[in-house]
Design a binder for this molecule. Structure first.
Ligand code: FAD
Ligand code: DLZ
Ligand code: SF4
Length: 531
């Protein structure tokens, strides 16, 4: 059969046309988080001579046991993207998860595809995980073919550019990197100076939600038949994974992702700055954008998101503190953590500066804990495969830091439970920002906080069985004694850090008996959790 240009190809285990006419020149392998039409590996695609390979494989769905919604999001988005390529007249060889011949690994499926199509070469875009880059590096030898691995230029800062910036710097601080990115892109700049005369409006951005304040309701996309099929597949195959599958929280195509971006810019961006650190019971999204899965999988580009935010400031629909605060997350933190990941891996993941060794408590999976802040955060995570930044950092992360949970245990949890989690972004955030396991490469101090911070930024403590004002004794908030116990346990490593000098001064003023009672409260707590 002579395949016409414009005919799409899906789910073939065996050669789908015979003989291949015309010869396949280039096999372009697109991964599940590379769903962007302008992807570097698709850029010079010739619809006549080239074929795009996309594969749903068991190894990726279960190398960690992802949240059900994460698997459904990635598979539905992959299928949608493959269809959009096919609609454009591009030939796509798409291997589905339930294909009986599926070998369930990237390498195995590439090998089968090479046998099917006999391409002259393979082109791919570099992956978001070191684990997969390692695989890709073996593909040329294994298939006896040239394999070109192209830069992933969906980021403002290339890996090489970050490495050059980082070289010879004593310490890598996000703030200085971010300023470079502002200068490079010209976002919110007036010549060499930042618009508004400051790089940062954080002092305006720490408000709590006023009593009775109603956050606009985030809309959920409708479930169409294609998504229904994926949801049913995930329910049947991954029913025992963490998290609720429905109601499903995510759009799975570019149109839906763009609608979500528009909704954020129109309805929430203006208060993003004010309430970016706020937490409230029952408010799973507050004023956050809720677009990270779309950005990371390629349904939205970082540039269009930043453009949209800056345009809202130009149109006076969002104030500078909101737009700068938002830009800093994408142009600053997102690019910075990626740079750290690729300049420091693979050694980065193996560090454990604070020698944290405890196991992850079971309640991180069940949500069954009396600590209201953690129950809220884990509950939201189960419902949506999402928690906002402050819940990730100051509730779940803070607990893991204070309790000395082993980095690998809590990193796996984050990689599993969030729909936006890929190693390049999850690992530096957890390993560096939360756990300080890198000894200060990513941040100058650990974000350790007691119950007072959580009480200030949320309403969680009001309905909690624990008393956030009590350090020890009956009903004392665990974040309090764990906080002081953490400072005591890590005194030799942290006491000289000028950024946490103040709590160490308070600790220094405590009597040995007070210190001992904090240690005893923490020990009893760990014992009660079997840690
Ligand atoms: P908003 O708060 O509205 O921010 C806008 C965008 O900025 C986000 O969509 C995201 O792309 C970017 N961003 C903000 N903060 C960061 C950051 N620290 N690092 C990288 N990008 C950032 N983000 C992920 O995309 N994947 C992860 O696996 C991930 N794991 C995290 C783990 C921990 C412990 C912490 C503290 C943060 C983690 N983040 C991760 C960063 C951040 O929490 C999420 O990007 C954010 O919550 C996504 O929701 P949003 O789109 O509503 O973000
Ligand atoms: C997360 C994920 C899942 C669940 N499944 C697939 C898949 O079946 N096929 C695929 O190409 N990608 C999947 N992904 C995303 C990959 O894990 C991701 O592309 C790599 O980790 C590199 O970042
Ligand atoms: Fe969390 Fe403590 Fe507040 Fe309870 S009292 S919600 S455990 S910080």
């Amino acid at each position: 059969m002579n395949r016409q240009r414009g005919q799409s190809v899906t789910k073939h285990a065996t050669p789908f046309y015979n003989p291949p006419v015309p010869m396949i020149q280039t096999l372009r392998f697109v991964l599940g988080d590379q769903l962007t039409r302008s992807l570097s590996s698709l850029r010079d695609l010739d619809p006549v001579q080239d074929i795009v390979l996309m594969v749903e494989v068991g190894a990726e769905t279960t190398y960690v046991r992802h949240h059900k919604q994460k698997i459904a999001f990635v598979l539905a988005a992959m299928r949608g993207f493959a269809k959009s390529l096919a609609d454009e007249g591009i030939r796509v060889d798409y291997v589905k998860l339930d294909d009986p011949a599926n070998t369930h690994s990237f390498t195995g499926e590439l090998k089968r595809a090479v046998a099917r199509h006999k391409p002259a070469r393979i082109v791919a875009t570099e992956p978001g995980e070191y684990r997969v880059l390692d695989m890709m590096r073996a593909w040329s030898r294994m298939n006896d073919l040239p394999v070109e691995i192209r830069d992933d230029d969906r980021f403002f800062c290339s890996r090489a550019e970050f490495a050059a910036w980082a070289a010879n710097r004593q310490s890598l601080r996000m703030e200085f990197f971010y300023r470079e990115m502002r200068r490079k892109t010209g976002y919110l700049m007036q010549g060499e100076a930042p618009v508004g005369g400051a790089w940062n409006f954080d002092s305006e951005n720490r408000k709590t939600l006023p009593r009775g304040h109603r956050v606009p309701v985030r809309r959920r996309p409708a479930v169409d038949p294609a998504l229904r099929a994926v949801l049913d597949l995930v329910a049947a195959r991954f029913g025992d994974h963490f998290g609720d599958l429905e109601p499903f929280a995510w759009a799975t195509d570019r149109a839906g992702a763009l609608a979500a971006l528009r909704e954020f810019i129109g309805e929430r961006l203006h208060l993003f700055g004010d309430y970016q650190d706020a937490m409230k019971s029952g408010e799973d999204f507050v004023y956050h954008a809720v677009i990270s899965p779309y950005l990371n999988a390629g349904l939205l580009s970082a540039r269009e998101v930043c453009d949209a935010a800056v345009n809202a400031w130009r149109d006076s629909t969002a104030p500078l503190n909101a737009v700068e605060g938002f830009l800093r997350q994408i142009l600053g933190w997102r690019e910075f953590v990626r740079g750290i990941y690729w300049t420091r891996m693979p050694d980065y993941a193996a560090t454990n500066y604070l020698n944290a060794r405890r196991r992850l408590p079971e309640f991180f999976w069940s949500g069954d804990t009396k600590m209201n802040c953690l129950r809220e955060t884990i509950g939201a995570t189960r419902r949506n495969a999402y928690a906002h930044h402050i819940q990730r950092l100051m509730i779940a992360g803070n607990f893991a830091l204070l309790a000395g949970i082993a980095p690998a245990e809590i990193e796996e949890w984050y990689l599993i439970v969030y729909a936006d989690a890929y190693d390049w972004v999850e690992l530096p955030n957890v390993h560096g920002m939360v756990l300080h396991a890198d000894g200060g490469v990513l941040g100058s101090k650990p974000y350790a906080a007691s119950g007072a911070y959580i009480d200030r930024m949320s309403d969680y403590c009001k309905t909690c069985v624990y008393d956030r004002r009590k350090r020890v004794g009956e009903g004392a908030c665990p974040f309090n004694f764990l906080y002081w116990n953490f400072l005591i346990e890590n005194e030799p490593k942290l006491a000289r850090n000028p950024r946490i000098a103040m709590p160490y001064r308070t600790l220094g003023a405590m009597t040995p008996t007070e210190r001992e009672s904090l240690r005893a409260a923490a020990s009893a707590f760990f014992e009660s959790l079997g840690l």
